[in-house]
Write a protein that binds this ligand. Structure first.
Ligand SMILES: *Cc1c(COP(=O)(O)O)cnc(C)c1O
Length: 429
């Protein structure tokens, strides 16, 4: 019997490359048929066969208050009837900017855009424009959207300049991007010693979430902060994923480090396309219309998307919101670790706020290289077994997971029941 998901996937592939509008959705890494989602509510979504799943991707992070939260839906509906887009400023955009500046104190001024890619790309241009330098430093395994300069991976060996990781990125662009190892403070020291006066910025995910979850060591981020200050380079924290996710003030509040610029997205739009970049006012003043760094957007600060963002940010400021979110996420990863242990499968897990990582490895990875040693085949077997049992994890061994405020004890318990079955499959029992 063919499922509706299979029928839709076959049809989608006729009109859309790979049948999806963003590559991981195609299940290439885990194999099998992507689920086509018809509706979502709270911690759940349903596929085209009307099968219900407990959702642990939450639209890759935005659904932090749960899917279709009534407050957010009402805010969107109210905004929509007043008009979908004006191309002229609104008071709601001021409220959003003021709120971001209050919640993330390193941000003195902020500009709203429509995607994390756009925000990261704009922050880079601003850093280059403000410093008059070309070189950027990024770290292997960190994702900052798909702007040309950021789709770059280092060649082998220390201090090699980047090669494009995507076709269509000219070598001439990639050669300005240096790719270093995450959590290697010494390598960063060496790089700044050799070419510090040429570096416009360092961009980093302060809690990495695009090579599975990987925490930065405090030493790594502190070294980065010190070197950027010493050499006049701009420190950019890409908190598109970690912002309003690991804590209300983002990863920077956990580490007590103030970046010069911060990139935000995902949670900030509550499921609609809002992203932002902001930071020190004396950097932001270089942006048009004040300064010479050009940046613009037809739908930037859109009244409907901003309404969704404001409603979401209102909910996450409730007292105890992050304590509860972190407690549920911890219950989940501890339960999974126990279930794995009972089944004899080498496994560990980690969580920061409402974000978690699952590793089919005996020890927590500490670098991109150790992350790559995780058992991808074991993850893939686990993924399909738990999916069959009604739990939707990110379809790749190298993606983080997300818990929402609607994942209550009963939902976690159901997840762990499904996980025990799935670990038994991995163990071959
Ligand atoms: C998702 C993500 C982006 C890109 O955001 P889009 O809205 O998908 O363009 C950039 N940086 C990080 C850290 C992300 O997790």
């Amino acid at each position: 019997m063919t499922s509706n998901n299979e029928t839709l996937f076959a049809r989608a592939q006729q009109s859309t490359p790979g049948g999806v509008n963003s590559p991981v959705r195609a299940f290439r890494s885990v194999g099998g048929t992507p689920r086509f989602i018809t509706r979502a509510e709270g911690p759940y979504f349903w596929d085209a066969d009307d099968k219900r799943y407990i959702d642990y991707i939450g639209s890759w992070g935005p659904a932090i208050v749960g899917h279709a939260h009534p407050d957010v839906v009402r805010a969107v509906q109210d905004a929509a009837v007043r008009g979908l887009s004006f191309g002229a400023p609104t008071e709601a955009e001021i409220e959003m900017a003021e709120l971001i500046c209050r919640l993330v104190p390193s941000i003195e001024q902020v500009r709203l855009v429509s995607s994390g890619t756009e925000a990261a790309m704009s922050a880079l241009r601003l850093a280059r424009g403000a410093t008059g330098r070309d070189l950027i430093v990024k770290f292997e395994g960190c994702y900052h959207g798909h702007a040309d300069a950021l789709l770059v991976k280092a060649g082998s060996g220390l201090l090699t300049f980047g090669n494009p990781t995507s076709a269509g990125v000219p070598e001439d662009f990639a050669k300005h991007t240096l790719v270093l190892d995450y959590n290697d403070a010494q390598q960063l020291e060496d790089t700044f010693r050799d070419m510090g006066e040429r570096i416009a910025c360092v961009i980093v995910e302060p809690v990495a979430g695009n090579m599975n979850l990987l925490r930065a060591t405090p030493e790594f981020l502190q070294t980065m902060r010190r070197l950027c200050t010493q050499h006049g380079a701009v420190l950019i924290f890409d908190e598109v994923m970690s912002g309003f996710r690991v804590a209300l003030g983002g990863a920077q509040s956990l580490y007590g480090i103030q970046p010069d610029l911060t990139v935000l997205g995902k949670v900030i739009g509550g499921g609609l396309p809002v992203a932002a970049f902001g930071g020190r006012a004396n950097l932001m003043k270089h942006l048009a219309p004040l300064g010479g760094v050009y940046q613009a957007g037809t739908l930037s600060g859109n009244p409907v998307t901003v309404a969704a963002g404001l409603a979401t940010l209102a909910l996450i400021q409730a007292p105890g919101f992050y304590d509860r979110l972190a407690a549920q996420t911890t219950k989940l990863v501890q339960g999974l670790s126990t279930a794995a242990q009972d089944s004899g499968v080498p496994f560990c897990a980690d969580a920061v706020g409402g974000m978690f990582g699952l590793y089919f490895a005996p020890q927590l990875p500490v670098s991109h290289a150790t992350m790559m040693e995780c058992d991808k085949e074991a993850f893939n077997r686990f993924f399909h077994a738990i999916l069959d049992a009604g739990v939707y994890l990110a379809p790749s061994a190298f993606e983080a997971g997300f818990v929402s405020a609607q994942h209550d004890d009963a939902v976690i318990a159901d997840t762990l029941t499904a996980a025990r079955k799935a670990f038994a499959v991995v163990a071959g029992k």
